[in-house]
Design a binder for this molecule. Sequence first.
Ligand code: ROI
Length: 163
Amino acid sequence: MNGIFIGLGSNLAAPIKQVLMAIKALHALPETKLIKQSSLYASPPMGPQDQPDYINAVVELTSQLSASELLDQLQTIEQQQGRVKLRHWGERTLDLDILVYGDQEINDERLTIPHPGLTERAFVLYPLAEITPDLIIPKLGNVASLVQNCPRAGLNRINLDLL
Ligand code: ROI
């Protein structure tokens, strides 16, 4: 079975720290194991350009939590890290999105999985391809092919050893 993949993004309040703290919090979730984490990436904003660049990453989990229970946990982490979101498609302290949840396709009030923006978002696809190039996403296909059709759009892998 496919794993569960979470996208992380931040462009406010020390974004690298936000993403690293969120990965720690994901490590500590109940009934959940963190299997893999991507590098951190810096990316220009998709959306209004008058906002700071983002830091993005993707992690793989396995979990006994349902997608909806997991979403509750992600929203708690966002709140604990003082999430602010200033405007639609604007700057935010921390965003945690369920990108893929195993083989499930979900379309309800709270969740659309696989995540609808995934195929156009270099800041999601490149980190995803780094940790799981062979993943086949329900309805969308193979990650390695998706990434080949998605321009990098200024995305840069961050070497934390140099910071
Ligand atoms: N742009 C980038 N580069 N990274 C993000 O995580 C991100 N998240 C968003 C929007 C506002 C769409 N733009 C983004 O939610």
